[in-house]
Design a binder for this molecule. Structure first.
Ligand code: NAP
Length: 476
């Protein structure tokens, strides 16, 4: 179903599309297939609702977000199970994601009340300057499938807190999770039109409608860099504000003073996060020569023992990839690397034994001897493959780490404070984890530089993305 102007409804065309389980290939459900006409109605509803919503007090808006936070936690188990069916991640990881998603509702329920202004002294005695922050207006949100609940609340939370209304287009693979999130928003009693949901099997006409609409004042997008650039160009025609959370190609640097086993444990865990389908997953693991053998052995041991399968099976750490093209991309990158001289230490191929045959499973893999001529060295993998590169000096590794168009997450393992600090300052990334594989949280500003995007989500910065600054000059 679509959710427009407070009503669950079919698409204007009457069309639906199938949603499948990536672990089994089975159809889970059919969802209304929104088109340009539906997007237009959603925009009009959001525009009509804007003045009323923006006109509420921050306390009133905050109450709705608190209510949504509590309801989401009450539904945690059901939402997690649905996510495992629809997206494939292990149930334990799905539960964690629902908690993370709810955190954004809580954080922005609190931030709603902290949209402060400013007074600035003037050099004229009879003049005062004042700065106000006001909601930007109707926002279009386009979200990916890999975190099908938290990527929604990371946008809806701050938009609603700021006083904006929103039209959201979820990923084609995960509309069912989006529908459950919107059921929560419906049940907490948001006024009609404040939030609107338009799932679709064809993002182009819906995206074009959202981006050409003069009423839409902001685009908030999470997805690939390729699509992000396309949407940003479309948004330019009506000079919308944009927030872009795009792809990554994270370096994971292990210096020779670090404990190789501890670093390998961290690397393995963050590499297989969401089966490698997270924008912060390391895509290049750099280890200093002195501890390279110990690190590679520990990494291969850890990754080689990981169990792949249905996310509902206890002990499974590796779920399926989301679809066939994703599986083919991972396979193509591994074959390219091997053809150019890389060694497969563990894994390296598709998994098709028994029940895995029906899903999109790829073995957790460690590659060594990876060089910058290989596709995997530059292209985001989005799969459970860990490419290892050995380095000698700090300068050398920082230059290699920065040699990418991306700039989202980066990681450093060291016990040397100087090395840590120099690396933090020199890495051209929006996020640096130092002996830390989870540098994220609702209270922290998440985002990238270069082709990884613009703007920040979460933290204090998260809400400013949805606020315009107004300067007032007041003379008397
Ligand atoms: P994607 O192919 O770029 O899709 C993202 C969203 O954009 C989907 O809703 C998609 O709809 C939509 N879309 C695609 N083409 C469009 C068009 N022409 N007009 C309007 N909308 C369009 O990315 P993905 O494969 O879903 O997600 C994986 C990517 O997201 C990776 O690159 C990952 O690094 C990135 N990501 C970044 C962050 C971050 O915070 N930086 C977080 C998570 C993921 P359809 O589903 O219908 O194609």
């Amino acid at each position: 179903m679509l959710y427009i102007d407070g009503q669950w409804q079919a698409a204007a065309s009457g069309a639906t599309f199938a949603v499948t389980d990536p672990a089994t290939g089975k159809v889970l459900d059919h969802v209304a297939d929104g088109g340009a006409a539906d997007a237009r109605r959603a925009i009009e509803a959001a525009a009509a609702a804007f003045d009323g919503w923006a006109g509420l007090t921050a306390y009133q808006r905050s109450e709705k977000l608190y209510a949504a936070y509590h309801l989401m936690l009450e539904r945690r188990e059901d939402l997690a199970k649905l996510m495992t069916s629809e997206q494939g991640k292990p149930l334990r990881a799905a539960r964690i994601e629902v908690g993370y998603a709810a955190d954004f509702l809580l954080w922005f329920a609190e931030e709603a009340k902290r949209v402060y202004g400013q007074t600035i002294p003037s050099n004229r005695a009879e003049q005062r300057f004042m700065v106000l922050h006001q909601p930007v207006g109707v926002c279009a949100a386009i979200t990916p499938w890999n975190y099908p609940v938290s990527m929604l609340t990371r946008k809806i939370g701050p938009a609603l807190a700021a006083g904006c209304t929103i039209v959201l287009k979820p990923a084609e693979q995960t509309p069912l999770c989006a529908i459950e999130v919107f059921k929560i928003l419906d049940e907490v009693g948001l006024p009609p039109g404040v939030v609107n949901l338009v799932p679709t099997s064809d993002p182009v006409p819906v995206g074009a409608e959202l981006l050409s609409a003069p009423e839409v004042r902001k685009l908030t997008f999470t997805g690939s860099t390729e699509v992000g650039k396309l949407l940003m160009a479309q948004a330019a025609t009506t000079m919308k504000r944009v927030s872009m959370e795009l792809g990554g190609h994270a370096p994971f640097i292990v210096y020779d003073d670090a404990d190789p086993k501890r670093a390998a444990t961290g690397a393995a865990m963050v590499k297989v996060l969401n089966t490698g389908q997270a924008c912060i997953c390391p895509n290049r693991l750099y280890v200093q020569r002195g501890i390279a053998d110990a690190f590679i052995a520990a990494l291969a041991d850890r990754i080689g023992k990981m169990q792949a399968g249905s996310g509902f099976t206890e002990g499974v750490q590796i779920g399926p990839l989301v679809d066939q093209p994703s599986l083919e991309k991972v396979d193509r990158q591994v074959r390219d690397a091997v053809a150019k001289g890389a060694t497969v230490v563990t894994g390296g191929q598709r998994l098709t034994d028994g029940p895995l045959a029906d899903g999109y499973f790829f073995a957790p893999t460690v590659l060594t001897g990876v060089t910058d001529e290989m596709v995997i060295y530059r292209e985001e993998t989005f799969g459970p493959v860990a490419p290892v590169i050995v380095f000698d000096t700090e300068d050398e590794v920082l230059a290699m780490a920065n040699d990418t168009e991306y700039g989202l997450a980066s990681y450093v393992y060291t016990n040397d404070l100087g090395r840590a600090y120099r690396s933090i300052e020199k890495l051209k990334f929006g996020i640096v984890g130092v002996n830390d594989i989870n540098p994220t949280g609702a209270a922290a500003p998440f985002g990238g530089v270069k082709s990884s995007g613009l703007g920040r989500e979460g933290g204090q910065d998260g809400i400013t993305e949805y606020l315009d600054t107004k300067l007032v000059g007041l003379s008397f």
